[in-house]
Write a protein that binds this ligand. Structure first.
Ligand SMILES: C[S@@+](CC[C@H](N)C(=O)[O-])C[C@H]1O[C@@H](n2cnc3c(N)ncnc32)[C@H](O)[C@@H]1O
Length: 1009
């Protein structure tokens, strides 16, 4: 019997995963993203789905073990629930949301992963996002700790993994139940022991017992490895599904985040019972009194002990408030209040430029706009008061007209009107003249945040700030101008992006933390280290709102970190949040509580992946990973922002991880040219070699499947990825696109897809030489099928094209080598270009017309009328079409807009060319656009004459273009209305046109409305 395919190799509920993944990006409370920043963390639903589907066989595969099919039937089959909750979709006539699915075991598994709710099927987009999936869907956020749903998933994985050991599903599931029950009973035994923090021998024995029970269970579950674990989403989900989960990351910041999200909550976030005396000794009388009675044990009318539901969350909150209080006592005077009850949230600062006009030299706050807050219901702004070259402000509520004084980095002086150019302004900064000015104070008022002008106290204190004893000297990546262009303004060291007061505060926090660390309050050193680690993450979070590059989000009235993208932008104004007003501990505690119910922690390793000796040959069952996206995110460079503080705060706890002055860069798997003296080829080779090394090790270490997520659209990035997969003796056996990104931050980088593509790979059995023509044909066929499916699922543009790459490579990778007729070898780059071409052609399948019209229709399908980059036009004009890109613009098929472009609609095209469609050899699209304009106009006889001249044949190409447009154009758009009008009236228009032309002399004048 051969190996059955895994579910991920044959089917995935793409629409359902996409819907929940997009929702995941908006969830904050208790979400892993609220623990600490990590860039481009994968959404949890997509990770959970991909892991699950990579570990279970396809029940329809002829080699699928019967015992697994029995398990699916038993757990999610027809008889598993009174209401058949995992029944595949029926034919629902009133909805376009879902299609009817056959009721088979494969489809039931898809429904278990994610099934649209009945409400969504009826109402479609009007359904609230949390109600889009049924409450029984595995990937739903609410089910992260749902024992019923998770048990089904874990049992299915257990059966799939152990299927050779038993032939009877009931026996196998009983073994699962026994192993799981042993963990629960060992947990109960340990966590109900009074004062277990004392680590007495009986407590240690119980701990050992629990560890053995967990190991016994995990030894019968697959081992899942993520060699690029980053912010930890994949290992987190692997351990949630009951697998032994491993994660590597080269970056020490990522490693610490992983420990705090994948290890500590699952290990330490458990109940504890203290007797009264011990509790008071640790936390004091006041906290004892504040504990709820229902958590206390009462004997003879007196409370004798208390149960804390989550020891770790409790301690993190307790020691965080202790740390903040200690620091406030020490440096609180630096944040003077105008009355004892005032609670200052933040100060609003601007950098100051000096007007270059020698007779003005005004010191101008570099404001891009004047709002302090501009939400739907609240507008507060600065009103400038200008006297000669002195600028003051009032704070007013309501709307303000006019722009600020800086645009595109140029300063327009409000005093004299002179423009100080960006270059001169920059020179002022580089030459050390960056003055800053405190503009407003934000404090907590009765109705939320309120704003006032700084008073004398606020100003005077600035002169009393002591010189910070430690200004970080670690260097900024000054040559990484793509993402760190602010360095060009004279910022050289990380210490330069913090003001004096910010540094004093951060140093005080670090000192406060070191003091707490030295107290070693807990007997268990590792537990105490865990608490201190969370406090260090709190300092990180404070640092991200205590830098002169923080951002005030006026639309939401919040303060955010400098990383709205995977970069730090130059900012001229910034908020300085008071360190004591940041409620980070609460958010961290919420996250801990969310992830604590799981008994299973991941094993995190801070190392560069690719070391074959890390695991024995075929030790790992599945690799699920999300490698770096080529050159899109310089993780090592940007994470230095946090590294410099973590090194100071917990470097002594993790000396090996923080042994380098800054994050390790040379082994990072990225294609960043600034690490290679701007040599892009060297950077690209580095990425490819590193990725190949990692995949090579993976192939050696993994016995089953490798699922790789990738979210980069450039062909170079995909070429490298595919080269590395093929080069490490694997081939792609399945590929899926998922919508995973929120619009906004990441999407603003052109390199990012709004979807990510997951490719499933296996060791390849390559079969000799492939004939180019044959392989090309196969690729065309596969890609055409893929394009059709993805198009119907709503994928467009680069997302659609890129999603086809996986399928194309899988055809290609079947052969050791593919050769052209002249004997030359086809490269992966050739192949991907061919896949693009096939995808574009598939979209135009059956469409027969001139190349300009083909281009128009193909482009419309991919991009609609949205703005796109010039490169895209150049690429597509070459895809199987004989077009010069300049002609696309000359003919107003595309309309230029700076270095961007949009497709011209019929109105725009006619406004540029009144004679559009009049030449005898006009393109079909020109003729159709002219006819659409005439149809919209009022002179029917002009329309009829035109129809008679160009569209008299009902089966002619003209009408095929009209039909295509009707299918593609957005319903309700003006273009679609006119095209649809023509099509619906096609017969009568042709008929009337023939009668009219017989009766009337031809008219030539144009009369377009
Ligand atoms: C795309 S991110 C992974 C994101 C992750 N899936 C998540 O959800 O947060 C890629 C990760 O690979 C790490 N990385 C880069 N080069 C590496 C190497 N040589 N060995 C191990 N990890 C590496 C980066 O530090 C980064 O965290």
């Amino acid at each position: 019997m051969g190996q059955p395919k895994k579910l991920i190799e044959v089917a995935m509920p793409i629409k359902e995963i996409s819907a929940e993944s997009v929702r995941d990006g908006r969830i904050q409370h208790g979400h892993i993203s609220s623990l600490h920043k990590w860039w481009a963390r994968r959404p949890l639903p997509v990770c959970r789905a991909v892991i699950f589907a990579s570990l279970i066989p396809d029940p329809l595969d002829e080699n699928c073990p019967q015992i697994f099919k029995d398990a699916v039937e038993l757990l999610i089959g027809k008889g598993a629930n009174i209401v058949d909750i995992y029944r595949p979709y029926d034919d629902i006539p009133y909805t376009a949301a879902v299609d009817k699915m056959d009721d088979n075991l494969r489809n039931r598994l898809l429904m278990f992963i994610g099934k649209f709710s009945e409400k969504y099927c009826k109402l479609g987009e009007k359904t609230a996002s949390k109600e889009v999936l049924t409450e029984y869907s595995l990937i739903k956020w609410e089910n992260k700790n749902n024992e019923t749903v998770l048990t089904i998933a874990r049992k299915l994985i257990w059966v799939a993994y152990n299927s050779i050991k038993k032939s009877n599903v009931t026996d196998l599931l009983m073994e699962y139940d026994a192993a799981f029950a042993a963990i629960k009973s060992a947990e109960l035994n340990l966590y109900s022991s009074i004062n277990r923090q004392r680590l007495t021998d009986p407590v240690k024995e119980k701990e050992l017992f629990l560890r053995d029970a967990i190991n016994f269970f995990l030894n019968r579950m697959p081992k899942v490895f993520d060699p690029f674990a980053g912010g930890g989403a994949i290992p987190l989900e692997a351990s949630r599904l009951g697998c032994r989960s491993y994660g590597n990351d080269i970056n020490p910041v990522a490693h610490i985040i992983q420990k705090a999200s994948l290890e500590f909550p699952q290990k330490y976030g458990k109940p504890i019972v203290y007797d009264k005396q011990e509790f008071i000794k640790l936390y004091g009388e006041r906290i004892w009194e504040s504990q709820l009675l229902e958590n206390k044990e009462i004997r003879d009318g007196e409370a004798i002990s208390v149960r804390i539901e989550n020891r770790l969350a409790f301690d993190v909150e307790f020691y965080a408030s202790k740390l903040l209080l200690n620091v406030e006592n020490e440096i609180g005077y630096l944040y003077p209040k105008s009355n004892p009850n005032e609670k200052i949230i933040a100060y609003y600062w601007t950098r100051v430029g000096i007007c270059a006009n020698p007779s003005c030299r005004a010191e101008v706050p570099l404001l891009k706009q004047f709002y302090l807050c501009n939400t739907k219901n609240k507008q507060i702004h600065l009103k400038p008061i200008i006297e000669n070259s002195t600028i003051n402000f009032e704070i007013k509520s309501g709307v303000i007209d006019g722009n600020g004084w800086v645009a595109r980095g140029n300063l327009v002086c409000p005093c004299c009107g002179n423009t100080t150019e960006n270059k001169i302004l920059k020179e002022q900064f580089v030459n050390g003249n960056p003055k800053e000015r405190l503009i407003a104070v934000i404090y907590e008022g009765k109705k939320g945040k309120e704003y006032r002008l700084p008073n004398q106290l606020d100003i005077d204190i600035l002169n009393q700030i002591p010189e910070p004893k430690n200004r970080p000297k670690e260097s900024l990546p000054v040559t990484y101008t793509k993402a760190m262009a602010f360095c060009l303004w004279g910022f050289n060291n990380w210490g330069d992006i913090f003001t004096k007061r910010q540094l004093v505060a951060l140093n005080a926090l670090v000192d406060g933390l070191k003091y707490l660390e030295s107290l070693s309050i807990d007997e268990d050193k590792l537990y105490w280290d865990a608490i201190i680690t969370y406090l260090a993450l709190i300092i990180d979070k404070i640092a991200s709102r205590q830098t002169s590059f923080g951002i005030i989000d006026i639309g939401r009235e919040t303060i955010v970190d400098p990383f709205s993208k995977q970069a730090i932008q130059m900012v001229f104004d910034y908020p300085e949040q008071t360190p004591f007003s940041i409620d980070t501990a609460y958010w961290i505690s919420l996250f801990i509580q969310n992830e604590s119910p799981n008994f299973n922690s991941s094993i995190c390793n801070n190392a560069s992946s690719g070391d074959k000796s890390q695991f024995e040959n075929k030790f790992i069952d599945a690799v699920i990973t999300d490698p770096p996206y080529y050159d899109a995110i310089a993780y090592a460079d940007i994470s230095d922002f946090y590294y410099i503080w973590l090194k100071r705060s917990i470097g002594s706890i993790y000396p090996l991880n923080f042994s380098t002055p800054q994050t390790p860069k040379s082994e990072e798997c990225t294609a960043l040219k600034h690490h290679f003296d701007e040599d892009i080829t060297k950077a690209k080779n580095h990425f490819e070699n590193k990725l190949m090394q990692v995949f090579d090790a993976i192939e050696h270490q993994t016995s089953d499947i490798v699922s790789i997520m990738f979210a980069h659209q450039s062909t170079e990035a995909w070429t490298t990825l595919c080269n590395s997969i093929l080069g490490s003796r694997m081939n792609i056996t399945g590929s899926w696109a998922n919508d995973t990104e929120l619009t906004g931050a990441l999407k603003t980088d052109k390199a990012f897809l709004s979807s990510s593509v997951t490719v499933a790979c296996r060791p390849s059995q390559r079969q000799g030489f492939g004939d180019f023509k044959m392989v090309k044909k196969e690729i065309e066929k596969t890609v055409a099928k893929e394009v059709h499916e993805l198009y119907s699922l709503g994928f467009r543009g680069a997302d659609l094209l890129t999603a086809c790459f996986g399928q194309a490579v899988s055809e290609f990778g079947k052969y050791e080598k593919v050769e052209k007729a002249d004997g030359s070898e086809v490269t992966v780059a050739d192949l991907l270009e061919m896949a693009r071409e096939s995808a574009f052609n598939a979209l135009l399948k059956g469409f027969d017309g001139d190349d300009f019209t083909k281009f128009y229709i193909g482009w419309l399908q991919l991009y609609g009328f949205s703005i796109s980059d010039f490169d895209d036009a150049a690429k597509f004009s070459r895809v199987g079409l004989n077009i010069n890109v300049a002609d696309l613009f000359n003919n107003h098929i595309l309309i230029k807009n700076g270095n961007k472009q949009t497709l011209g609609d019929f109105t725009q095209r006619l406004s540029f060319n009144k004679n559009l469609g009049e030449r005898s050899n006009s393109f079909l699209i020109d003729q159709v656009h002219r006819a659409m304009a005439l149809y919209k106009g009022t002179n029917r006889s002009l329309l009829l004459q035109y129809i008679e001249r160009t569209a008299a044949q009902p089966e002619g190409s003209f009408w095929r273009v009209v039909t295509s447009l009707c299918e593609i154009l957005s319903p309700g758009s003006d273009d679609q209305k006119q095209a649809l009008g023509l099509l619906t009236n096609k017969d009568s228009l042709i008929r009337e046109s023939q009668i009219l032309v017989k009766d009337k002399p031809e008219q030539t004048a144009l009369e377009l409305k």
